[in-house]
Design a protein around this ligand. Structure first.
Ligand SMILES: [Zn+2]
Length: 151
């Protein structure tokens, strides 16, 4: 199996996100000047254009805002996993923020572990973290424990 491509954890705009993920914390970027929270991170605030931002913890709770099913072709390392879902999560505590991610049945389960028939808009999800290298831990999403995976 080909290794999956990994993000660059030392990019100055995203380093804080990956550092927090390695500590199993989900963070978003907040502008120190106006308080605007944003994701993905930028070198400046998307609202007021100031360049002083900080990382703040997010609850890691959200709901499926949208989803799609990848059938391929895909990036190297994902060919053997199709079809698999890709979801967009709206964060409960930052509803203006939506994150693209993987939906998995268990913390270390493969990205094709949740059948498409079990996914719906509004499905409550919680973040989980999977270390894929010494430097990179990926935030991924699991259906909330109270949710059944059966369609
Ligand atoms: Zn701002």
């Amino acid at each position: 199996m080909t290794a999956i491509p990994l993000p660059y954890g030392d990019d100055p705009d995203t380093k804080g996100f990956w550092d927090a993920a390695r500590e199993k914390r989900l963070v978003v970027q907040r502008c120190k000047a106006c308080g605007h929270c944003q994701f993905p991170p930028h070198p400046f605030c998307a609202r007021c254009a100031r360049d002083e931002t900080e990382w703040v913890d997010a609850s890691g709770r959200g709901q499926v805002w949208s989803f799609g099913i990848a059938h391929g072709p895909t990036l190297p390392g994902f060919q053997d996993l199709v079809p698999y879902p890709m979801i967009v999560v709206e964060l409960d505590d930052h509803p203006s923020i939506r994150m693209v991610g993987s939906l998995v049945a268990a913390p270390d389960a493969p990205i094709n572990s949740v059948p498409a028939s079990a996914i719906r808009i509004g499905l409550p999800v919680d973040v989980t973290f999977t270390a894929v290298s010494d430097d990179i831990t990926l935030p991924r999403w699991m259906p909330r424990a109270s949710e059944s995976l059966t369609p």
